[in-house]
Design a protein around this ligand. Structure first.
Ligand code: FES
Ligand code: FE
Length: 322
């Protein structure tokens, strides 16, 4: 099984899927989402098996997806239950949809094109009641998913791209950090950065210890432990949907100790940071991440080298140049 098709990817906000079908794009293909009679999210290729019309143009009736062209209906299992032109006909299994796994987690819907059950990336902080959770995004970015992930794992850009926020030109030297493999990717630990404004509430600059974990080909988790925050961790998960080879949809799942700020204030802070990254990300050429040659590296790029190695070892082909 192709590795990127055998894991679950975020495709939409869970609350964006209500009473109507929703069209999404993942791995260069069109998919339709809907909710069945019990409210469970369902997904299938966005193409009617009858004459190829887009099913997302249709509607949902009693939890069944109805095609806009000739009104064929499909239940939550993908079975064709009704062909209006032939009321007495029982459609055979071959008239059904190829339903794929779709689950709700972290406020998002996750689609897995091949195999089941869905293989979701870990985010332990989700279950920590001391942390306040909210999502920021989605951002539609004209960059490949691996470029977005690699930027998230990159420490050496803080003093330049995020000057005055996550970094400072006077403190851009990187201490040695460790990279160790895990079953789903790797962990980079011992990362330190001087941050003038490490989060919305910080009033002065501080050293911040970082830990990064790659949790699937296109997801990663950042753990921040500022010196002044005894015992608590802020965790930010990056969830990237590989929409097309050179286009991505990006969410951040925040798990924070900050219960004082409003959702809007937290989103505004994260929005400022990501919109500093976005023009750089969209400027990178080639847009697909080159896995063998074409770019030069230095010792500070250890986590990026580990990421490229991981993608090669897993035979990831979407959004990369082999
Ligand atoms: Fe969908 Fe005919 S194309 S019912
Ligand atoms: Fe950045």
């Amino acid at each position: 099984m192709n590795c990127e098709r055998g894991c679950a990817h975020p495709v939409a906000d869970a609350d964006a899927l209500a009473g109507a079908p929703l069209a999404v794009r993942l791995l260069g293909e069109d998919w339709v989402l809907w909710r069945d009679e019990a409210g469970a999210p369902r997904a299938a290729p966005d193409r009617c098996p009858h004459r190829g019309a887009r099913l997302s143009l249709g509607r949902v009736c009693d939890g069944m997806l109805e095609c806009a062209y000739h009104g064929w209906r499909f239940d939550g299992e993908g079975r064709c239950t009704r062909i209006p032109a032939l009321p007495g006909f029982t459609p055979p299994a071959s008239h059904g949809l190829h339903r794929v796994a779709l689950v709700e987690a972290h406020g998002l819907l996750w689609l897995q094109p091949d195999g089941a059950p869905p293989c979701l990336p870990a985010f332990e902080a989700e279950h920590d009641a001391r942390l306040r959770k909210l999502n920021v995004g989605p951002y539609d970015v004209a960059a490949s998913a691996p470029r977005v992930v690699e930027n998230f794992l990159d420490l050496a850009h803080f003093g330049f791209v995020h000057e005055g926020w996550l970094g400072d030109r006077a403190h851009v030297e990187l201490a040695d950090y460790r990279v160790e493999p895990t079953p789903t990717g790797f962990v980079a630990s011992g990362c330190r950065a001087w941050q003038p404004q490490s989060n919305r509430l910080s009033s002065e600059g501080s050293w911040v210890d970082y830990r990064y974990e790659l949790t699937s080909p296109y997801t990663a988790v950042l753990t921040k432990l500022p010196e002044q925050q005894g015992g608590y961790r802020d965790e930010i998960a990056l969830f990237v949907c590989p929409v097309d080879e050179e286009a991505s949809r990006v969410w951040f799942r925040m798990a924070l100790t900050d219960f004082d700020s409003s959702d809007e204030q937290i989103r505004a802070f994260q929005h400022t940071i990501f919109t500093q990254d976005q023009p750089v990300l969209e400027s990178q050429r080639p847009k697909r991440l080159p896995l063998a040659g074409g770019e030069v590296h230095c010792a500070a790029d250890r986590s990026s080298a580990a990421y490229r190695r991981f993608l090669r070892e897993r035979d990831i082909s979407f959004g990369v140049l082999p």
